[in-house]
Design a binder for this molecule. Sequence first.
Ligand code: ADP
Ligand code: MG
Length: 239
Amino acid sequence: MTGLVLKDIRKSFGAVDVIHGIDLDIKQGEFIVFVGPSGCGKSTLLRMIAGLEEITGGDLLIDGERVNDVPPSQRGIAMVFQSYALYPHMTVYENMAFGMRIARESRQEIDRRVRAAAETLQLTKYLDRLPKALSGGQRQRVAIGRAICRNPKVFLFDEPLSNLDAALRVATRIEIARLAERMADTTMIYVTHDQVEAMTLADRIVVLSAGHIEQVGAPLELYEHPDNLFVARFLGSPA
Ligand code: ADP
Ligand code: MG
């Protein structure tokens, strides 16, 4: 069985419960978008999937294997955050190659993957530049490229566009859609509070509120048949 399964996933910080039992089956290659208001638990959920946050209840399966206790580096997951921490003294090429050098990949393999990622993200002519000579959108693409180079089975995005201005946000969103098409076997989980991003990128949208799922479905399905007012308001469905 491939893909990702969340079985009654829970999270508490001390005595405070923030995720109240999430059940979700995600197929390999699916593009899933988590939407919901600030503080509803989107980042916490993503961080638990990545292994950056302890899962305090339930099971997380990747390709049928329980990974609750598997360290982040062994889950086959790459994550792109809102703030792209690139190494300022390294070129675009070196930033993308860095993780593979640590993993002791061959020079040839590193070169192949960096160039393929740069090609996908239209960064080929910027490979020799330092991050300070790039726009915000280009830097975020380098961060995405770095994640691609790790050959992840699962790609996680936490509000990757929210630090960009409106025009760059649209351009980078289109870039991410292209990426998802090219990496059709890679499962993508994308967090946003932006309805347009959710509607345009998702195979299925998961609407979250206060640590639980309100509704799951294809964008149009949710838009046309929201289960409740919360979902309708969130997706801007007609009244
Ligand atoms: P979102 O990403 O949807 O805005 P978060 O996952 O960041 O929401 O947060 C969900 C809830 O968990 C919030 O109430 C937040 O205050 C709380 N929370 C997140 N991280 C911690 C932490 N390290 N310690 C205590 N509470 C936290
Ligand atoms: Mg968040």
